[in-house]
Design a binder for this molecule. Structure first.
Ligand code: ATP
Length: 313
């Protein structure tokens, strides 16, 4: 079982409303993939189909080539945290995990092991009702990791985490990915997961609008340089084999990895430089352009109030 998630032509309609529309993507082992889209884009619905919680209207979702419902050992194959709030408020974190451990045929000791792993050992005896959002997220993560699964699916795991928590989560997920696990995390904020993910799938209105590595999404690295002798500098840079174009707002924009390279060319050409800095695409801006005006929950109220059907959401 290679732990690859494969979604092919997946669609889900609730009545006449098409929440997920002919979606196809793959999620690779050993990488962290961000599943992104504004509120109501269809992320949770897709994840629920991948996890066999709701039936697709058409298309398929498989994990290591097998639909979730046909997995022989689901708990050691896929761990998922879909919502951070579905804990019994009167139950302690330890008891919550023990219930899951016992259902999975694992020893009670797994509960404390997991609480330590996710950094909340002290939460063992505290009732989940009194947990902060960050603690609930970590408890959900601990539950998802119960069977040491190859695949981890987390719905908005950074939601409610403070900057320190986000940094912790980033390191934790990176460690799991380095062990070869497949990690899929959803978010409605690209900026929130930008530094965490290797790959991105961006959806809007239930459809994929962009897929690729985060570096592809950022585009080529550019250096912006401003000189009072722009023409001479442009010539020197072109002579050095670099692609140069006038930058928006003045100066030159050069495809290059390092500012040092540009500084040295300018120095050798005897051209003064007044400004020199690296530039990358503004991902937040790009995300906004790709998904602008697609929050269906804010659009047609008739859609927003569609009667919950299968799955009860
Ligand atoms: N059971 C259901 N019955 C009717 N409509 C539903 C049902 N479940 C989801 N929807 C609708 O499908 C659309 C996609 O919802 P979904 O929860 O998948 O979006 P999302 O991308 O996860 O959004 P968010 O970031 O707000 O969680 C929404 O417009 C939602 O109202």
């Amino acid at each position: 079982m290679d732990g690859r998630i494969d979604v092919r032509n997946l669609s889900k309609s609730f009545g006449t409303f098409r929440a997920v529309d002919d979606l196809s993507f793959s999620v690779e082992p050993g990488r962290i993939t961000g599943f992104l889209g504004p509120n109501g884009a269809g992320k949770t619905t897709t994840l629920r189909m991948v996890l066999g919680l709701i039936k697709p209207t058409s298309g398929t979702a498989t994990i290591g080539g097998t639909p979730y419902t046909q997995l022989t050992h689901p708990i050691s194959t896929v761990g998922a945290a879909l919502e951070a709030t579905n804990f019994h408020p009167g139950r302690t974190g330890r008891d919550h995990l023990r219930v899951i451990a016992s259902a999975a045929g694992l020893p009670d000791s797994r509960a404390d092991e997991l609480l330590t792993l996710v950094g909340i050992p002290a939460a063992a005896r505290k009732r989940a009702g009194g947990y902060s959002m960050g603690m609930r997220q970590r408890l959900g993560l601990a539950a998802a990791l119960m069977g040491d699964p190859k695949v981890l699916i987390l719905d908005e795991p950074a939601n409610g985490l403070d900057p320190e928590g986000i940094r912790w989560l980033r390191g934790f997920l990176r460690h799991l990915a380095s062990e070869g696990k497949t990690i899929l995390i959803s978010s409605h904020l690209l900026a929130e997961v930008e530094q965490t993910v290797d790959d991105v799938i961006i959806i809007a209105n239930g459809r994929a609008v962009r897929q690729g590595t985060i570096d592809e999404l950022r585009g080529e690295k550019r250096v912006r340089v401003l000189s009072p002798q722009s023409d001479r500098l442009a010539r020197a840079l072109s002579d050095a084999g670099l692609q140069v174009r006038p930058a928006e707002g003045g100066g030159l924009s050069v495809i290059a990895d390092e500012t040092a390279q540009i500084g040295e060319i300018a120095y050798r050409a005897g051209v003064p430089v007044h400004e020199l800095h690296s530039e990358r695409a503004d991902l937040e801006q790009l995300f906004f352009q790709l998904t602008e005006n697609t929050n269906r929950n804010l659009g047609d109220p008739a859609q927003g109030f569609a009667a919950p059907q299968e799955g009860g959401r």
